[in-house]
Design a protein around this ligand. Structure first.
Ligand code: 5AD
Ligand code: SF4
Length: 476
């Protein structure tokens, strides 16, 4: 039960399954239903899939009972994520009994990890498609329509879907994700991602800037640049304006996206502590519209455990990185991921994680107990030797400390005024709007005459551990 965290940002949808709806009037002769699990990258991939399917005459529906094609974009990061998808597939089995023509496809990391084996394990699945094979969806659907099982789980060294314009699904029209790279080369020993999403590759920067500018022109006011490890973004190639090859690093890309308009907020995720540079921090400081918020997963506070995890930094090195962030960006929001009970973790190691939390004062944390994943380096090299109840007890301690810290961090904001981008109506009340401040904290305030997509200044009067509560004091 404790595996996934406190949803500290209650308006956020991280870690939730999410059925998508499409908001255009075009008429399609077939319908697809897609549900996404796991990271934001998967949600963005579903939008790429939607774009490919639109071209094939499939429109999105929110009602799977009327769908010709049901897709689950899956996550393998922890065992529990896979169990959730398997349960969901059981439910679709029933629907398929009354509608045998309906095709069911598994996309994403579980498709990649299990490959054709998934067809044996889950009898109702018709299509299995890995994260680099979405362009072949039309051909695979055709194959599946003839009654054959269709599989493509080839990984690629080049595919970035750079030229595919994602169809924004169930969008608020204000914030959007833009993928800037795919895959991961880091080989953290606990992580299945390098195996399911393949080698790291950076997307053509000009297509990224174009996509972000088009979003801005369509009324969007915030883009989040996504990658498993954005700080290792690297592009070298001819400039579209002619001339010599250009080298574009993540800092350079960030700057170019920020220059689209001062009204377009820019966020990014995820930063690996070993790769985030001073250049990135200075670029963040230079542009008001690059949000002061960094997701900097620590995973553990113990140098010994970090070494076993192959994180390539020590406890002290991470602390210095936090110091540097605070020095260059004094009001920067900081969040993290933490794993408890990794192989051989002792009480002392665990205490070091707690003391790291005290040191870094995270505003937000995603906390998990270790879940061994088949095929990873840890599964091959180490024994998963921390008993489940110990992993869970340590997780509870981490979660409790984080709750206290998150509340403190929120309380410190009471009385302050923040610039907020309005994202929509609050889930709790029709009369309230919600948005985020620069530091990514959710703020709820009375609607009055304000509308989503606008910037307002909100004075914070109260808070919970998850939400700031205030009133607009100034329209932008
Ligand atoms: N067990 C538990 N948590 C994991 N994560 C990745 N792999 C595992 C695993 N095997 C967590 C890490 C990572 C986040 C996305 O998921 O904290 O940063
Ligand atoms: Fe996994 Fe580490 Fe890559 Fe993140 S950086 S996706 S945790 S291997």
């Amino acid at each position: 039960m404790l595996e996934q965290v406190t949803k500290v940002h209650d308006e956020s949808r991280q870690g939730e399954a999410f059925a998508a709806e499409q908001g255009n009037d075009q008429v399609y002769n077939k319908k697809f239903y897609i549900e996404s699990y796991g990271c934001q990258m998967n949600f963005n991939d579903s939008e790429i899939v939607a774009s490919i399917l639109n071209q094939e005459g499939f429109g999105a529906t929110r009602n799977y009972e009327e769908a010709d094609l049901v897709l689950l974009n899956t996550c393998s990061i922890r065992e529990k994520a896979e169990q959730t998808v398997r349960k969901r597939l059981q439910e679709f089995r029933k629907i398929k009994q009354s509608n045998p023509g309906m095709l069911v496809g598994v996309l994403g990391c579980m498709a990649e990890r299990l490959k054709a084996k998934l067809l044996e394990e889950e009898k109702l699945v018709d299509l299995v498609i890995g994260p680099d094979a979405y362009r072949t969806l039309p051909a695979l659907i055709e194959e599946a329509e003839t009654g054959q099982k269709a599989v493509n789980v080839l990984l690629s060294r080049e595919e970035t879907y750079a030229d595919i314009n994602p169809v924004r699904l169930d969008s608020n029209g204000v914030t959007a994700f833009v993928s800037i790279m795919r895959g991961c080369n880091n080989m953290c020993t606990f992580c299945v991602v390098p195996f399911t999403r393949g080698r790291e590759r950076s997307r053509d920067p000009y297509s990224i800037i174009q996509e972000a500018a088009a979003l801005f022109n369509n009324g969007y006011r915030e883009v989040t640049l996504l990658g498993q490890n954005v700080d290792s973004y690297y592009w070298v190639g001819p400039s579209p304006n002619g001339g010599q090859d250009e080298i574009i690093t993540f800092a350079g890309l960030l700057e170019r996206v920020a220059l689209i308009s001062p009204l377009l907020r820019v966020r990014f995720s995820t930063s690996h502590p070993k790769d985030i540079t001073d250049e990135v921090l200075f670029t963040m400081a230079k542009y008001e519209n690059i949000c002061n918020y960094i997701h900097l997963p620590v995973q553990s506070g113990s140098t010994r455990i970090l070494q076993l995890m192959n994180r390539t930094y020590t406890r002290e090195w991470y602390m210095k990185k936090v110091d540097r962030i605070r020095e260059i960006l004094p009001d920067c929001g900081l969040s993290t991921d933490i794993i408890t009970g990794f192989c051989t973790e002792t009480e002392e190691d665990h205490q070091e994680t707690l003391s790291m939390m005290e040191y870094a004062k995270y505003d937000l944390a995603y906390m998990f107990f270790y879940s061994e994943r088949p095929g990873t380096l840890a599964a091959r090299r180490y024994q998963d030797d921390v008993p489940e109840e110990v992993k869970k007890r340590r997780l509870t301690e981490v979660v409790e400390l984080h709750r206290r810290q998150a509340l403190e961090s929120m309380q410190q904001d009471v009385g302050k005024t923040f610039k907020v981008l309005i994202e929509g109506t609050s889930k709790r009340s029709e009369n309230d709007l919600f948005g985020r401040n620069d530091q990514n904290k959710v703020i709820v305030f009375p609607k009055e005459q304000y509308q989503k997509g606008e910037y307002v200044y909100v004075k914070v009067e109260d808070c919970t551990a998850a939400t700031l509560i205030g009133k607009v004091v100034l329209n932008h």
